[in-house]
Design a protein around this ligand. Structure first.
Ligand code: 0RQ
Length: 501
């Protein structure tokens, strides 16, 4: 038995993942740790998936409802989706097998702002949590818990679940201890004021607490987070990053943004990582981040001193960086603060700090509405994640996308988005490799001109100009659109495999 389980009572609860999974029943609502592929339980979900598979083989119904912090990994979402074991899933997913279940109708999916998961849970509409499965780094002698690489909704699930299963993961660095800042939002209204006025502030406790009587099982694991390599910055990502650097320099020159910029929020994915890498090589110093996820680019900046402090709720690192981080936690401990996602994504705090928000888009339209979630209007990609929490409340909200998708067959700038996640009032800057459109203060007609000219790929620019001129001629209005044609580009892609006529 490893020395990370120091509470005598909980030592006696150590069992196998298979034994622990017996505490879970068909129809249960399960809350797990885990956010962007880190800090999720790895053994019990797989054992549960095996149980579900056996039940299905005997013709028995067995599905559970699953709420996490955000995306997990193949051992959780993947394993349970593989056996069609999830009837309901929230709040964010990137697992390809789970994505198929969501889109085929096997799994009902509630895609929501990650900062709203905890508040919605407290209203009771999601039901009562039957079992919480939480990954931890250590169980202290007095029963307090050290969370692993994501703090997410862990404390809420620990507080509310009827039964608790803990996974103690040896792979996670013991050096994570001291990086967390668990702070609980009061359960009654009006909420207590969150005393956070800088990303550097610590306001809570480095430990989570648990009612020991509710812990039914403790499982020992030794398995890595789902750390995936980033693709090296491609030409498009570098161009997008370049346009953004120019924009930041302009804002500093105008005297509206300090030389160290405002706290950065950076979304997930290769483009977001490339922008962080560019900032790491750029001329801004003493940067800070108030964000959800720390990717490689941000960790590099902390390492070189370009960034002073990063506040987040989790990591999403490449395998090499994860190893590096695990070996160097002493260096990072005073530079990283991991918060519950209710705090990392708290709209009041985001507004107070004046974050610079940078998120990916699937497509944007000429007026600046952004689709982050639905391919061709209906097929769920990942979810809105935290992008909406930040977009509406940031000092400036930026959306980035290459101007083309699917090898040039799709224009990411379209007459009308096929699904809206971020209404144009929440979208202030759009940037593609072609250029940047600063849409602040502009009306829809002013915006359309800028988006078409600055952001669209030359293959589609004449088509978009032509469409918009027709709209101006035949339907001059506050927002000129041609209803019959606005989604014709998407229809053409579905019918012919390309948006090009
Ligand atoms: O699909 O892999 O099947 O080819 O969409 O696209 O270009 O790899 O872009 O990794 O930056 O992700 C919006 C999904 C962008 C992401 C989104 C297809 C494309 C590919 C992915 P394939 P890329 P990225 C903080 C903030 C919401 C959550 C969020 C996201 C796939 O940024 O999930 O921001 N955002 N959270 O081929 C059809 C188009 C397309 C398209 C791209 N126009 N039409 N398909 N694709 N554009 C973190 C958290 O909240 C946790």
């Amino acid at each position: 038995q490893n020395n990370r389980i120091q509470h005598q009572g909980l030592k006696r609860k150590v069992c196998s993942a298979e034994e622990a999974a017996q505490f879970i029943h068909a129809g249960d609502l399960i809350g797990t740790s885990g956010f962007t592929g880190s800090g999720y339980p790895k053994a019990v979900p797989q054992a549960l998936a095996n149980r579900i598979k056996e039940a299905h083989a005997l013709g028995k119904e067995f599905k559970v409802k699953l709420i996490t912090g955000a995306s997990t990994g193949p051992e959780l979402d993947g394993a349970l989706a593989e056996v069609n074991g999830v009837s309901y899933r929230s709040a964010f997913n990137t697992d390809p097998i789970m994505r198929k279940r969501i889109n085929s109708g096997d799994t009902d999916y509630l895609d929501m702002h990650l900062g709203q998961v905890a508040p919605l849970y407290r209203t009771g509409v999601l039901g009562e949590m039957d079992v919480a499965i939480i990954e931890v780094v250590r169980i202290c002698e007095d029963g307090r818990l050290v969370a692993s690489s994501a703090l997410a909704n862990n404390q809420l699930w620990l507080n509310s679940a009827k039964k608790i299963i803990l996974e103690v993961n040896q792979w996670q660095s013991a050096g994570l201890e001291g990086m967390h800042d668990a702070w609980e939002v009061s359960t009654s209204f009006p909420h207590q004021i969150i005393p956070l006025s800088s990303p550097c502030d610590r306001i809570g406790q480095p430990y989570m607490t648990v009612d020991l009587n509710k812990v039914v099982a403790v499982v020992e694991t030794n398995a890595p987070d789902r750390n995936a390599p980033f693709s090296p910055s491609d030409e498009n990502a570098k161009l997008i990053a370049g346009h953004l650097m120019e924009f930041f320099r302009y804002e500093v020159k105008r005297g509206k943004v300090p030389p160290q910029l405002f706290p950065l929020q950076s979304g997930v994915g290769n483009v977001a990582n490339a922008v962080m890498e560019a900032l790491g090589e750029g001329d801004f110093d003493n940067l800070t981040a108030f964000t959800e996820v720390i990717q490689d680019g941000m960790l590099n900046m902390l390492e070189t001193g370009k960034m002073k402090v990063a506040s987040a709720t989790s990591f999403s690192l490449s395998p090499e960086k994860a190893e590096y981080f695990n070996d160097n936690t002493d260096f990072f401990r005073d530079k990283i603060i991991l918060r519950p996602s209710e705090i990392s994504n708290h709209v009041g705090v985001i507004r107070r700090l004046g974050c610079i928000s940078m998120n990916g888009a699937i497509e944007a339209d000429i007026f600046g509405n952004v689709n982050s979630t639905h391919i061709m209007g209906s097929r769920m990609m990942n979810g809105i994640g935290g992008s909406g929490d930040y977009a509406r409340n940031a000092y400036v909200s930026i959306f980035m996308t290459p101007s083309l998708a699917k090898g040039g067959k799709i224009s990411s700038i379209v007459p009308m988005v096929s699904h809206v996640d971020h209404i144009y009032q929440d979208v202030q800057v759009i940037v593609t490799e072609q250029g940047l459109a600063d849409l602040r203060g502009l009306s829809p007609r002013q915006r359309a001109k800028l988006v078409i000219e600055n952001c669209t790929h030359p293959t589609f620019r004449p088509l978009l100009r032509e469409y918009y001129q027709m709209a101006l001629k035949n339907n001059m209005a506050h927002t000129p659109i041609l209803l019959k044609e606005a989604l014709s580009w998407h229809e053409r892609y579905i019918d012919t495999g390309t948006m090009i006529p």
